[in-house]
Design a protein around this ligand. Structure first.
Ligand code: HGY
Ligand code: MN
Ligand code: MN
Ligand code: MN
Length: 389
C-alpha cells in the first residue's frame, strides 16, 4: 500500500526513512498528498500552520468527519508510522465511493505537519499550533541542529507569509477526527486481531538537560583538574533508567549533542534530551524532578502532553464497528499522536491501530502485513460510513 511513497526520504544504506519537517523529502510527500487529493477531485487546503486538508464535500456548512495522520518521520524511522494513516485515509474514501456511499457529512483527509518533532524538538507541531497549545512565537524561534529557526525554514520553503497560530476556522470544520496508525507495540499480536482502538495515550514529555563543563586538552589535563560534563551526563542516564524502573515508567535518552565534539578535547557542553512517559503522570513528573534535582545541569521542559483518555462512547462505537463479529480490542498506548492533541483540545477524536507483528517502531524494522493494512482500510471505511450517517 505504501509503495508510491517508499522511495521518498529512504536511506538506501539502512532502509530507514529521514523525512524531517520541511525537508526536500517532506516537500515531495506534500506534493504526493496534493496529487492524491487532485486525482480524487477533493478540495485541497493548506491551513495557516502548514497542515494539509483534502475535502470531499464542503465543511464550512457542517463540520465533517476527518481522518488522516502525518507523513514526516523520526530520523531513520520506519515506513508505516504516519504514512499508513494517510494512505489508508485516501483508500477508505475510495472504498466508500466504490460502495456507492454519498456521505451525509463532509469527509476530510488531513496530513498534520511535523508530528515527530525530529527537526525542531516539539512533537505534533502542526496540531499543537492549530489548537493553540503551542505559541507561534515559541515555534518560530525553535532551531534545528544547523541553527536555522522554524521562521528561517518556512521562508526557505516559500511559506514566509504563514500566520502560525490557533486556527478556529479550520478547527470548526472538524466534527470528528479518526486517526489510523500502525500499532507501536504487540498488543494486537497477543490479542490475535488485525485492528484495535486506542483507549488512552500516556502522559509524556521531553526535557533538555545541558551539562556545562570546561573544555580542555584531552592529553595534558590531569584528572583532578577536569570539569568534564560527560560524567554527570552519564550518571543522569543511569539514574534515569534506575528511577524509571522503580516508578514503572519509561525513560529514554536518544539524542545527545557534545560540544565542540573533538576526540582529543574534554567537552565544554553536553546536551541530552530525556523522553519520559508512563501511565501515572505523577510518577513521570517525580522521575524528572529527581533527575533535575540531582543533575548539575540546566533543565528545560521542551514539550508535555497530559494523559489523553479517548471518549468512551466514541471509542466503544469504533470498537463495535471496526471489530465486526466481536468488538475490536481497546488499548492504551505510550505513543503520542495528533489525535491526542485534538482530543485534548475538545475535538471528538479516536484512533484505530493496525497490527504490527514485531511491535517495533521508530526503526527501519517497523512493519505491518499487507492483509492487516487492508483490514485497517476496511475498518476505517466502515467507521467513516457509520460516522457519516
Ligand atoms: O513520540 C511519539 O510518541 C510519536 O511517535 N510522535
Ligand atoms: Mn512516531
Ligand atoms: Mn506517528
Ligand atoms: Mn593540539
Amino acid at each position: 500500500m505504501l509503495e508510491p511513497l517508499a522511495h521518498i526520504g529512504r536511506d538506501p544504506a539502512t532502509g530507514g526513512y529521514v523525512r524531517d519537517a520541511w525537508s526536500a523529502a517532506d516537500m515531495e510527500l506534500r506534493e504526493w498528498f496534493a496529487g492524491e487529493a487532485g486525482r480524487r477531485g477533493l478540495d485541497l487546503r493548506e491551513d495557516r500552520n502548514g497542515n494539509l486538508w483534502a475535502w470531499w464535500g464542503d465543511p464550512s456548512g457542517r463540520p465533517g468527519v476527518v481522518t488522516g495522520s502525518h507523513l514526516d518521520s523520526v530520523r531513520q524511522g520506519g515506513a508505516y508510522d504516519g504514512p499508513l494513516g494517510v494512505v489508508s485515509a485516501f483508500a477508505a474514501l475510495d472504498l466508500l465511493k466504490e460502495r456507492g456511499i454519498t456521505p451525509a457529512r463532509p469527509v476530510g483527509v488531513v496530513c498534520f505537519t511535523d508530528e515527530e518533532g525530529a527537526r525542531f524538538g516539539v512533537p505534533c507541531m502542526g496540531s499543537r499550533l492549530l489548537t493553540g497549545v503551542l505559541a507561534p512565537e515559541r515555534a518560530l524561534a525553535l532551531t534545528d541542529d544547523s541553527g536555522d529557526t522554524l521562521a528561517d525554514v518556512l521562508t526557505k520553503a516559500g511559506r514566509a507569509p504563514y500566520e502560525l497560530g490557533r486556527d478556529d476556522e479550520t478547527l470548526a470544520t472538524v466534527g470528528t477526527f479518526v486517526e489510523l496508525h500502525v500499532e507501536q507495540g504487540q498488543a494486537l499480536v497477543h490479542e490475535g486481531r488485525p485492528v484495535g482502538v486506542a483507549a488512552a495515550i500516556w502522559p509524556h514529555g521531553r526535557w533538555r538537560f545541558d551539562f556545562h563543563g570546561r573544555a580542555d586538552h584531552a592529553g595534558t589535563t590531569r584528572l583532578a583538574d577536569r570539569d568534564d560534563p560527560m560524567l554527570p551526563f552519564a550518571r543522569m542516564v543511569l539514574a534515569a533508567r534506575a528511577g524509571a524502573a522503580r516508578r514503572d515508567v519509561v525513560a529514554t535518552v536518544g539524542k545527545v549533542r557534545v560540544a565542540p565534539g573533538n576526540a582529543n578535547a574534554i567537552p565544554g557542553l553536553v546536551s541530552a534530551w530525556l523522553d519520559a512517559r508512563g501511565a501515572d503522570e505523577a510518577a513521570v513528573r517525580a522521575l524528572v524532578a529527581e533527575l533535575a534535582e540531582e543533575a548539575p545541569a540546566t533543565v528545560r521542559e521542551e514539550s508535555w502532553t497530559p494523559v489523553v483518555d479517548f471518549a468512551v462512547p466514541l471509542r466503544e462505537r469504533l470498537a463495535r464497528v471496526a471489530g465486526g463479529d466481536t468488538p475490536a480490542p481497546v488499548l492504551p498506548t505510550g505513543a503520542g499522536h495528533d489525535a491526542g492533541i485534538l482530543a485534548t483540545a475538545g475535538v471528538p477524536s479516536a484512533m484505530l491501530f493496525v497490527r504490527n507483528p514485531t511491535g517495533v517502531s521508530h526503526s527501519p524494522d517497523e512493519h505491518a502485513e499487507r492483509a492487516d493494512c487492508e483490514a485497517g482500510v476496511v475498518a476505517l471505511a466502515d467507521v467513516l460510513e457509520d460516522l457519516c450517517r
